[in-house]
Ligand binder design. Structure first.
Ligand SMILES: [Zn+2]
Ligand SMILES: [Zn+2]
Length: 462
């Protein structure tokens, strides 16, 4: 049980890519869940550090600006403002904000990579990248498209949405340039490489002790049999944090940047004066590890790459304490789609709706075990039913739950908000049952689910 640990647990609310605003499908997944779990843990007196941020350096950002014909810096500023507005309106709180536009953050990431290359942990090796023979860009992430080598679905070079596998220009079947359709040609470069296979023993030990859903374990099972890939840490491309010295002309791979941000972020929050790899790693003496809230399709990154980066950086303890994952959320029966404008933007929706009801409904309907579906009809019915309960006015004529059962429901709601077995959909159902008996208004479950201030009696409770 995580409760027996004495160090700090970092709860990661993943950094959204600034290539669009957040929609309520995003909120229903890791964003609200991470915030609710952090609030509940704090109310129980546990030492947690909620990390949030934005992700500026995936080349999906530049690709989006090129598609729109907009200046990329202006576009980033616009979406960043919409994302942080959505965080504020949805009451998504955090203790530290990972900001890739902050010079200190950029220097920290670049210096960690540079030092690990210099000391040989990340060896410089000849590595075959692919380049578009027409537009000459290095084919990675949004710039490449092909078929997943595991399940055959169409994918870019990040991960396969249906099966959760790692995809890259190197392992996609029939890769081509996603921008111009050009054919790829090999480009051999000497770049820093992370040999993930070298970290197998540590990774398997982390997987054994971490609290992971079965669906995550199914993805990891593949790597118990298959070799772990060599992973390029930095390479010549036109987007991402720039490096200098021996690594001049290269930029940091963006998932690599995220991996280092989870070493740096908690360390910087605990010790803002730390400013070198040894200091940041040293701060980890106070950390128990990281609990990731994320989509299923990011399994390779949070369960393989980030723990390996933490180990390579020199963090002695485990990285991965556990993960809470979700499936996709649909909107009126169809997948959210920015290009078809089939979306409900979080900042717009929350500007006119009660954030407490939005949080409670998205928890009630959370796509945690299967893809669920937002309908306006369901949302309106939920609001009508729950609004009187929140005001402490159980429905006239409806049978209230007997007090002994209401107490048990409230206990179940609070238990369901522990990191282990986190289930906010169960918590809201139990809380609603308790509310019919007039109990639970002033509870930790209510405060965490709605994002209200915690009841005074719960502060610092241990
Ligand atoms: Zn091209
Ligand atoms: Zn696949």
């Amino acid at each position: 049980m995580t409760q027996q640990q004495s160090g700090v647990t970092a709860i990661v609310i993943p950094q959204p890519t600034v290539n669009g605003p957040l929609h309520i499908g995003h909120l229903s997944g890791p964003y609200l869940a991470g915030d609710i779990a952090a609030r509940a843990a704090k109310a129980r007196g546990e030492r947690v550090l909620a990390l949030a941020g934005v992700d500026v350096h995936p080349n999906y950002v530049l690709t989006k600006a090129e598609i729109l014909g907009e200046d990329v810096e202006e576009m980033v500023a616009k979406y960043r403002a919409q994302i942080t507005t959505a965080f504020d309106l949805a009451r998504i709180g955090y203790d530290a904000f990972l900001d890739p536009q902050d010079k200190g953050y950029q220097r920290a990431i670049a210096s960690m990579v540079t030092e690990l290359v210099a000391n040989g942990t990340l060896p410089m090796e000849e590595f075959t990248l692919l380049q578009c023979s027409d537009c000459k860009r290095t084919l990675h992430h949004s710039y490449v498209v092909g078929k997943c080598s595991v399940c055959g679905s169409g994918a870019n070079g990040t991960s396969c949405e249906p099966c959760g596998s790692l995809t890259s220009a190197q392992n996609l079947v029939d890769p081509s340039c996603a921008r111009c359709g050009g054919s790829p040609r090999p480009m051999v470069e000497t770049i820093p490489v992370l040999h993930l296979e070298d970290y197998r023993e540590r990774l398997v030990a982390e997987w054994m002790q971490a609290e992971l859903p079965g669906r995550v374990r199914a993805v990891l099972e593949h790597y118990l049999r298959a070799p772990l890939p060599d992973y390029p840490i930095a390479y010549p491309t036109n987007w991402g944090i720039e490096l200098d010295g021996q690594l001049a002309g290269m930029r940091v791979d963006f998932p690599t940047e995220l991996g280092f941000s989870y070493v740096y972020g908690p360390a910087n929050a605990l010790h803002p004066d730390a400013d070198c790899l040894a200091d940041w790693v040293g701060a980890w003496d106070e950390m128990d590890g990281v609990w990731h809230f994320n989509g299923m399709d990011n399994t390779f990154y949070f369960a393989v790459l980030y723990p390996a980066i933490s180990a390579a950086a020199g963090v002695p303890g485990v990285h991965l304490l556990g993960a809470t994952v979700n499936e996709l959320y649909r909107l009126e029966g169809k997948k959210f789609s920015t290009s078809r404008n089939h979306a409900l933007w979080a900042d717009e929706f929350l500007s006119t709706e009660d954030p407490e009801l939005v949080r409670l409904y998205l928890s009630w309907d959370r796509p945690d075990r299967y893809e669920s579906d937002f309908t306006h009809e369901g949302y309106r019915a939920f609001c009508e039913y729950v609004r009187p309960l929140l005001a402490g006015r159980p429905h006239a004529g409806a049978a209230a739950l007997p007090a002994v059962l209401a107490t048990a429901e409230l206990e179940r709601a609070e238990q369901a908000l522990h990191l282990t077995g986190f289930d906010s959909a169960l918590a809201i159902r139990s809380l609603m049952a308790a509310l019919t008996a007039g109990t639970g208004i002033d509870s930790v479950a209510m405060a965490a689910l709605t994002g209200r201030e915690l009841p005074p009696w719960s502060r610092g409770r241990s």
